[in-house]
Design a protein around this ligand. Structure first.
Ligand code: PAF
Length: 204
Protein backbone atom coordinates (compact mmCIF):
# COMPACT_ATOMS: atom_id res chain seq x y z
CA UNK A 1 0.00 0.00 0.00
CA UNK A 2 1.24 3.48 -0.91
CA UNK A 3 0.38 6.32 1.44
CA UNK A 4 0.18 9.58 -0.47
CA UNK A 5 -0.25 13.03 1.06
CA UNK A 6 -0.22 15.30 -1.99
CA UNK A 7 -2.30 15.44 -5.16
CA UNK A 8 0.87 15.64 -7.27
CA UNK A 9 2.12 12.32 -5.85
CA UNK A 10 -1.09 10.40 -6.59
CA UNK A 11 -0.14 9.56 -10.19
CA UNK A 12 -2.81 6.88 -10.72
CA UNK A 13 -2.89 4.60 -13.78
CA UNK A 14 -5.50 5.57 -16.38
CA UNK A 15 -6.19 1.97 -17.45
CA UNK A 16 -8.26 -0.59 -15.55
CA UNK A 17 -10.88 0.23 -12.92
CA UNK A 18 -9.93 2.84 -10.34
CA UNK A 19 -12.24 2.76 -7.31
CA UNK A 20 -12.55 5.26 -4.46
CA UNK A 21 -13.75 4.80 -0.89
CA UNK A 22 -13.80 8.29 0.65
CA UNK A 23 -13.59 8.38 4.46
CA UNK A 24 -12.78 10.68 7.36
CA UNK A 25 -10.67 8.02 9.09
CA UNK A 26 -11.17 6.43 12.53
CA UNK A 27 -11.91 3.39 10.40
CA UNK A 28 -14.24 0.71 11.78
CA UNK A 29 -16.19 -2.33 10.56
CA UNK A 30 -18.51 -0.08 8.52
CA UNK A 31 -15.49 1.07 6.50
CA UNK A 32 -14.27 -2.52 6.28
CA UNK A 33 -17.59 -3.38 4.60
CA UNK A 34 -17.07 -0.56 2.07
CA UNK A 35 -13.51 -1.68 1.30
CA UNK A 36 -14.55 -5.34 1.00
CA UNK A 37 -17.36 -4.40 -1.39
CA UNK A 38 -14.94 -2.33 -3.46
CA UNK A 39 -11.81 -4.51 -3.54
CA UNK A 40 -12.94 -7.25 -5.97
CA UNK A 41 -14.27 -4.71 -8.49
CA UNK A 42 -11.17 -2.50 -8.73
CA UNK A 43 -7.77 -2.82 -10.34
CA UNK A 44 -6.61 0.09 -8.18
CA UNK A 45 -8.42 0.69 -4.89
CA UNK A 46 -7.93 4.17 -3.45
CA UNK A 47 -9.18 5.07 0.03
CA UNK A 48 -9.04 8.67 1.15
CA UNK A 49 -8.80 9.86 4.73
CA UNK A 50 -9.58 13.53 5.15
CA UNK A 51 -11.37 15.04 8.13
CA UNK A 52 -13.07 17.76 6.14
CA UNK A 53 -13.34 20.96 8.23
CA UNK A 54 -15.92 22.38 5.79
CA UNK A 55 -18.61 19.88 6.79
CA UNK A 56 -18.41 20.52 10.55
CA UNK A 57 -20.30 23.16 12.45
CA UNK A 58 -18.46 25.72 14.54
CA UNK A 59 -19.10 24.16 17.96
CA UNK A 60 -15.97 22.12 18.57
CA UNK A 61 -17.33 19.17 16.63
CA UNK A 62 -14.22 19.08 14.43
CA UNK A 63 -11.81 19.01 17.38
CA UNK A 64 -13.82 16.21 19.01
CA UNK A 65 -13.93 14.04 15.88
CA UNK A 66 -12.11 10.74 16.59
CA UNK A 67 -8.74 10.17 14.95
CA UNK A 68 -6.69 6.96 14.77
CA UNK A 69 -3.95 7.30 12.13
CA UNK A 70 -2.09 4.09 13.11
CA UNK A 71 -5.27 2.00 13.26
CA UNK A 72 -6.38 3.46 9.90
CA UNK A 73 -3.11 2.45 8.22
CA UNK A 74 -3.34 -1.08 9.60
CA UNK A 75 -6.99 -1.54 8.58
CA UNK A 76 -6.49 -0.12 5.08
CA UNK A 77 -3.42 -2.32 4.54
CA UNK A 78 -5.25 -5.42 5.82
CA UNK A 79 -8.20 -4.76 3.46
CA UNK A 80 -5.98 -4.54 0.39
CA UNK A 81 -6.09 -0.80 -0.30
CA UNK A 82 -3.54 0.06 -2.99
CA UNK A 83 -3.31 3.79 -2.39
CA UNK A 84 -4.20 5.60 0.84
CA UNK A 85 -4.70 9.30 0.07
CA UNK A 86 -4.28 11.35 3.23
CA UNK A 87 -4.15 15.03 2.24
CA UNK A 88 -3.71 17.85 4.74
CA UNK A 89 -6.15 20.74 5.00
CA UNK A 90 -4.02 23.14 2.91
CA UNK A 91 -3.64 20.50 0.19
CA UNK A 92 -7.44 20.36 -0.17
CA UNK A 93 -8.18 24.01 0.66
CA UNK A 94 -5.09 26.02 -0.31
CA UNK A 95 -4.92 29.74 0.49
CA UNK A 96 -7.32 31.58 -1.81
CA UNK A 97 -9.74 28.65 -2.09
CA UNK A 98 -13.10 30.27 -2.90
CA UNK A 99 -15.32 27.90 -4.91
CA UNK A 100 -18.06 25.91 -3.21
CA UNK A 101 -20.76 23.47 -4.30
CA UNK A 102 -24.03 24.50 -2.66
CA UNK A 103 -26.50 21.63 -3.11
CA UNK A 104 -30.27 22.14 -2.78
CA UNK A 105 -32.84 19.38 -3.41
CA UNK A 106 -31.70 16.27 -1.52
CA UNK A 107 -29.60 18.44 0.80
CA UNK A 108 -32.63 20.30 2.16
CA UNK A 109 -34.09 19.47 5.59
CA UNK A 110 -33.12 16.56 7.88
CA UNK A 111 -29.38 16.96 8.66
CA UNK A 112 -29.36 20.48 7.19
CA UNK A 113 -31.95 21.59 9.74
CA UNK A 114 -29.28 21.11 12.43
CA UNK A 115 -26.09 21.71 10.40
CA UNK A 116 -26.94 24.21 7.64
CA UNK A 117 -23.49 24.20 5.94
CA UNK A 118 -22.88 20.46 6.28
CA UNK A 119 -23.82 19.34 2.77
CA UNK A 120 -22.07 22.32 1.18
CA UNK A 121 -18.89 20.95 2.77
CA UNK A 122 -19.69 17.34 1.84
CA UNK A 123 -20.58 18.14 -1.78
CA UNK A 124 -17.51 20.34 -2.24
CA UNK A 125 -15.07 17.82 -0.82
CA UNK A 126 -16.69 14.91 -2.69
CA UNK A 127 -16.45 16.81 -5.97
CA UNK A 128 -12.81 17.57 -5.24
CA UNK A 129 -11.97 13.96 -4.29
CA UNK A 130 -13.77 12.62 -7.37
CA UNK A 131 -11.90 15.10 -9.59
CA UNK A 132 -8.55 14.35 -7.96
CA UNK A 133 -8.82 10.53 -8.03
CA UNK A 134 -11.10 10.28 -11.10
CA UNK A 135 -12.48 6.82 -10.17
CA UNK A 136 -14.95 4.93 -12.32
CA UNK A 137 -16.75 3.76 -9.15
CA UNK A 138 -17.04 5.23 -5.64
CA UNK A 139 -18.56 3.53 -2.59
CA UNK A 140 -20.63 5.17 0.16
CA UNK A 141 -22.47 3.74 3.19
CA UNK A 142 -26.27 3.70 3.39
CA UNK A 143 -25.89 4.77 7.06
CA UNK A 144 -25.61 8.34 5.77
CA UNK A 145 -28.70 8.05 3.59
CA UNK A 146 -29.10 11.78 2.95
CA UNK A 147 -25.41 12.03 2.06
CA UNK A 148 -25.88 9.25 -0.49
CA UNK A 149 -28.82 11.15 -2.03
CA UNK A 150 -26.76 14.37 -2.14
CA UNK A 151 -23.76 12.64 -3.74
CA UNK A 152 -25.95 10.94 -6.37
CA UNK A 153 -27.57 14.30 -7.13
CA UNK A 154 -24.11 15.93 -7.40
CA UNK A 155 -22.96 13.24 -9.84
CA UNK A 156 -26.13 13.57 -11.92
CA UNK A 157 -26.35 17.36 -11.93
CA UNK A 158 -22.66 18.00 -12.65
CA UNK A 159 -22.27 15.08 -15.11
CA UNK A 160 -19.40 13.55 -13.17
CA UNK A 161 -19.59 10.20 -14.95
CA UNK A 162 -18.78 8.10 -11.88
CA UNK A 163 -20.88 5.19 -10.64
CA UNK A 164 -21.97 5.52 -7.01
CA UNK A 165 -22.43 2.21 -5.17
CA UNK A 166 -24.11 1.99 -1.80
CA UNK A 167 -23.17 -0.50 0.93
CA UNK A 168 -25.58 -1.59 3.67
CA UNK A 169 -25.23 -0.25 7.21
CA UNK A 170 -23.13 -2.29 9.62
CA UNK A 171 -24.61 -2.33 13.13
CA UNK A 172 -23.23 -2.97 16.60
CA UNK A 173 -24.63 -5.88 18.66
CA UNK A 174 -27.26 -3.57 20.19
CA UNK A 175 -28.43 -2.45 16.73
CA UNK A 176 -26.84 1.02 16.62
CA UNK A 177 -25.13 1.82 13.33
CA UNK A 178 -21.34 1.72 13.51
CA UNK A 179 -20.13 5.28 13.16
CA UNK A 180 -17.05 7.21 14.26
CA UNK A 181 -19.39 9.83 15.67
CA UNK A 182 -21.57 7.26 17.53
CA UNK A 183 -18.47 6.11 19.41
CA UNK A 184 -18.56 9.52 21.17
CA UNK A 185 -22.06 8.98 22.62
CA UNK A 186 -22.52 8.64 26.39
CA UNK A 187 -24.50 5.54 27.53
CA UNK A 188 -27.62 7.73 27.93
CA UNK A 189 -27.22 9.28 24.47
CA UNK A 190 -26.61 5.83 23.01
CA UNK A 191 -29.88 4.63 24.54
CA UNK A 192 -31.70 7.62 22.99
CA UNK A 193 -30.08 6.98 19.59
CA UNK A 194 -31.12 3.33 19.74
CA UNK A 195 -34.77 4.29 20.07
CA UNK A 196 -34.72 5.41 16.41
CA UNK A 197 -33.44 2.04 15.21
CA UNK A 198 -35.90 0.19 17.47
CA UNK A 199 -38.84 2.26 16.19
CA UNK A 200 -37.85 1.59 12.59
CA UNK A 201 -37.30 -2.13 13.26
CA UNK A 202 -40.73 -2.54 14.90
CA UNK A 203 -42.84 -0.44 12.51
CA UNK A 204 -45.87 -2.13 10.87
O1 PAF B 1 -19.06 9.99 5.09
C1 PAF B 1 -17.95 10.53 5.28
O2 PAF B 1 -17.04 9.97 5.90
C2 PAF B 1 -17.72 11.93 4.73
O3 PAF B 1 -18.87 12.71 4.79
C3 PAF B 1 -17.11 11.94 3.32
C4 PAF B 1 -18.04 11.31 2.31
C5 PAF B 1 -15.78 11.19 3.33
C6 PAF B 1 -16.84 13.37 2.88
O4 PAF B 1 -15.98 14.03 3.75
Amino acid sequence: MRTVRTIAELDLPRHGVVGLVPTMGALHAGHTALLRAARPDCDVLVASIFVNPAQFSQNGDLAAYPRDPQGDLALAEAEGVDVLFVPGVTEMYPPGFATWVDPAGAAEGLESAHRPQHFRGVATVCLKLLNIVRPQIAWFGRKDAQQVAVVKQLVRDLNLGVEIRVVETVRDDDGLALSSRNSLLSPAEREQALSIHRALATRD
